[in-house]
Design a binder for this molecule. Structure first.
Ligand code: HEM
Ligand code: FES
Length: 781
């Protein structure tokens, strides 16, 4: 293997590692040889258990298991993405080969678990997945919401007055199982037996049962298999009505070669496990994690709008499927290590989810995390979990019910136990306690009636908000007020960089507006924005001017930065601001000064009275500041300033469209990326279906072709097809819905991409941009 062996580990170890070789001939390091996923430490804290691997040996061979173990985010995602080089055919293979006797027991039941979806190769897999996808789309899942809420409430009702509960035994095991069975279309009367047998499947597939246990498990799995067959037969007699398995039976009538008998029987069994244990474990992990982080728990209790993103962060931090398998179809390179064809691969997603190369401060639980939804806990690509949105719905509702009715719940002292296996992780019990006298519903029965909208098929980060206190309001120019916003709860403010903005919620109507941060990023005490009263305002700036007073609490999202100030690569910087566009530019100028860059700051306005921060800027920047004041006759001459293209210079500008258009014209002969701009308003208008054309996109990673009708955006069409895409502004301003384009011509309608980026044609904003007339796009998603 290419990765060097850590000295401390190789020296003094009694095992001759040079003698232990991986199938590619490389010696196996001591730690690689010692990796044991059946050891308690692995399940107690998988990312910690593999920290050394992420840091020193990201891909290693473990001779005991006969698997290559992959631990970094990018490598795992690349394997999920590459179905040409990696097959999922071993995903449901028994990781511990069954004993002769256990095989006989299974055979006596006619056990013939075979390909379902998760372990099927292309092209058979995708043909089947496409036919069976519809019941999983966010739209189709909506009708499950009332049942999930009803069950969650009823189960909490049963123990709310007790003051203590084992949440796994008393709620989190049964409720997801009942929902899974409903989702599949199983009758109530068949549920009790299925409940009894389903757990055996996990041990059978991913565990290391001893001789004796193997027989017991084989017996239960055999029973489970027969029962699944009987239930399927019953469904076949009347396949009408709701339920994914019934839907599958109906699809079989039309496409018997795609939806086969063997598939249906195997899926009847595997589907229960896929939908049940995963979600039960994920909820138990999430509740435990949040109670171990009381600040995060308190925040959720106070502001349930944080729940959707908290769910993603909990799945990242402590997911319920921690590892998944593939087989290499050819010799293939992973992080510089050549895995020979036939290599079996264990991707430890729990480790990838804690990879600091992808997640900043990865070991910190941060329910506000911007990219929490990038986690690998649902897999990625063609096989990505089809049930992810049902799981999200359940997790969101369970957390909402528990945080609203039992905000005072705490973890009881206990040791957490896990079922020994490579892949499924959740505590066997979760003991919590509280004082029933303090139950909020005893004081205020209205608590029971409240509920929070479930967010599936949309960006969870759009819902992430924090409450800040208005610390100061100051008029900084005619019609411009500056707000200083400080933490309301003692929690540290998020860090930000010049060019970043926050979204401010204006009033109770859900109206949000974006404002650039204009203070000093080093000021940990407050965020600072300056807001111009827009005469055409329908509630944004007018609301702030009329209502924001010191002491008020405001809801804020972000900061996010789509107008980054690059600190490297340019020696000279020209900063141009028009009117209120000074806000991001002022922060950039401060940074340029700190870095000792060669910069000039041009600031134009109607009159001095309308221009914010003139004195502060003059004091800080001296003669680097050039004021262009129309009523003083000192108008800017950008044509002259930018006449000579200079490869060592970058121009950053923010202001009205007129100014930015002028700068674009002046910079026409400059290097493509020299001019970076931020617009005040969205350029694109509302989608006008009468003037749009429908188009198709091929989604390479997901293996789907999605039609985008004239009356839908690409973003909407992707989400309706169960493909996650983050988003924020929804109008081409912020850059968060960027998708990679592999081929096809894009009709760009955003204001985020630079001219050079548009010409390169390898990315687009899904919320507004479309395919050029009659075109088809291929996306890497
Ligand atoms: C596949 C995780 C809930 C149905 C998968 C895969 C993972 C996963 C890791 C394999 C992905 C890959 O190979 O790229 C989870 C987790 C869940 C969850 C962590 C809960 C938190 C559900 C639910 C259902 C479901 C509730 C059904 C209602 C499926 C199906 C597949 C799958 C059908 C196979 C998809 C394919 O191969 O095309 N899931 N899952 N899952 N999951 Fe889930
Ligand atoms: Fe902001 Fe698309 S969501 S650009």
């Amino acid at each position: 293997m290419n990765a060097p062996l850590p000295r401390s580990v190789t020296s003094g170890c009694p095992v001759d590692h040079a003698a232990l070789r991986a199938p590619n001939g490389c010696p196996v390091s001591a730690r690689a040889a010692a990796f044991d996923p059946f050891e308690d430490a692995y399940l107690q804290d998988p990312p910690e258990y593999l920290r050394w691997a992420r840091e020193q040996e990201p891909v290693f061979y473990n001779p005991t298991l006969g698997y290559w173990v992959v631990s970094r985010y990018d490598d795992i995602k690349a394997i999920f993405r590459d179905h040409g080089s990696f097959s999922p055919s071993n995903a449901l293979e028994k990781i511990t080969p069954p004993s002769e006797a256990a095989q006989q027991v299974l055979a006596s039941y006619g056990y013939a678990m075979s390909r379902t979806l998760v372990n099927e190769d292309e092209p058979a897999h995708m043909a089947r997945r496409r036919l069976l996808l519809e019941p999983f789309t966010p739209e189709a899942l909506r009708h499950h919401e009332p049942l999930v809420r009803k069950l969650a409430r009823e189960y909490v009702d049963r123990f709310i007055d007790d003051g203590r509960a084992d949440l796994v035994d008393q709620m989190l095991w049964e409720v997801p199982l009942t929902i899974a069975l409903h989702f599949l279309g199983v009758d109530e009367e068949d549920m009790p037996l299925l409940r009894k047998y389903s757990i055996a499947h996990t041990v059978n597939t991913w565990g290391r049962p001893d001789e004796h246990e193997q027989l017991r498990v084989a017996d239960a799995v055999g029973n489970f298999w027969q029962l699944a067959g009987n239930i399927l037969e019953k469904m076949r007699r009347d396949p009408s009505g709701t339920g994914w398995m019934k839907f599958g039976i109906r699809m079989q009538a039309e496409h018997p070669d795609v939806v086969t008998d063997s598939y249906l029987h195997s899926m009847m069994m595997a589907g229960i496990v896929a939908a049940h244990e995963t979600t039960a474990n994920a909820t138990a992990n999430a509740v435990r994690l949040l109670l171990q982080h009381p600040t995060a728990w308190r925040e959720l209790c106070e502001d349930p709008s944080l729940i959707p993103n908290a769910v993603e962060e909990c799945l990242r931090f402590s997911g319920s499927i921690i590892a998944w398998r593939r087989v290499a179809l050819r010799d293939v390179d992973v992080a510089g290590v050549t895995l020979p064809a036939g290599s079996r691969v264990l991707m430890v997603m729990a480790s990838g989810n804690h990879d600091g190369r992808h997640f900043a401060e990865a070991d910190l639980l941060d329910i506000h995390r911007d990219n929490a939804g990038d986690h690998l806990s649902f897999g990625y690509g063609a096989h990505q979990c089809m049930g992810k949105n049902l799981a999200r719905m359940e997790l969101q509702i369970f957390l909402e019910e528990l945080s609203r009715r039992l905000p005072h719940m705490t973890l009881a002292p206990q040791t957490f136990h896990y079922l020994s296996n490579t892949s499924f992780r959740g505590p066997e019990h979760l003991l919590v306690e509280w004082d029933p006298a303090l139950n909020p519903e005893r004081r205020d029965p209205a608590v029971l009636g409240r509920s929070q909208p479930v967010r599936i098929g949309e960006s969870s980060r759009a819902a992430v908000a924090r409450t800040l206190r208005v610390e100061g309001v100051r008029t900084v120019a005619e019609d411009i007020v500056e707000l200083r916003l400080a933490p309301a709860d003692g929690r540290a403010l998020p860090r930000w960089t010049p060019g970043a903005h926050i979204d401010l919620l204006c009033g109770g109507e859900g109206l949000s507006r974006q404002y650039s941060l204009c203070g000093d990023p080093a000021d940990a005490g407050a965020l600072q924005v300056a807001v111009l009263r827009d005469p055409a305002s329908r509630g944004g700036s007018a609301w702030i001017h009329a209502n924001a007073r010191p002491g008020d609490l405001l809801t804020v999202r972000g900061p996010r930065n789509h107008f980054r100030f690059e600190e490297e690569g340019a020696r000279r910087v020209i900063l141009v601001a028009g009117g209120i566009g000074i806000t991001p530019i002022a922060a950039m100028a401060r940074r340029a000064r700190e870095l000792g860059m060669d910069y000039e700051l041009h600031y134009s306005g109607r009159s001095r009275a309308t221009m914010a921060y003139v004195q502060e800027l003059a004091a800080l920047h001296g003669d680097r500041l050039h004021l262009h004041v129309r009523d003083e006759g000192t108008r800017a001459d950008y044509r002259a300033l930018l006449a000579e293209p200079r490869p060592d210079t970058r121009v950053y500008a923010c202001g009205p469209a007129r100014l930015l258009d002028e700068l674009a014209a002046c910079c026409a002969a400059w290097p493509d990326d020299a001019l970076r701009v931020e617009h005040f308003q969205a350029a694109p208008g509302k989608l006008d279906p009468s003037r749009e054309l429908a188009f198709e996109v091929e989604c390479k990673d997901s293996g789907l072709v999605v039609s985008v009708p004239a009356d839908r955006t690409l973003l909407e069409a992707l989400r309706a097809a169960n493909i996650d895409v983050p988003s924020d502004c929804g109008e081409g301003l912020c850059g968060s819905c960027e998708v990679h384009v592999l081929s096809g011509e894009v009709d760009h309608r955003d204001v985020v991409l630079t001219r050079a980026e548009r010409q390169a044609g390898d990315k687009m904003m899904a919320c507004c941009s479309r395919a050029c007339a009659g075109g088809r796009l291929v996306l890497e998603i």
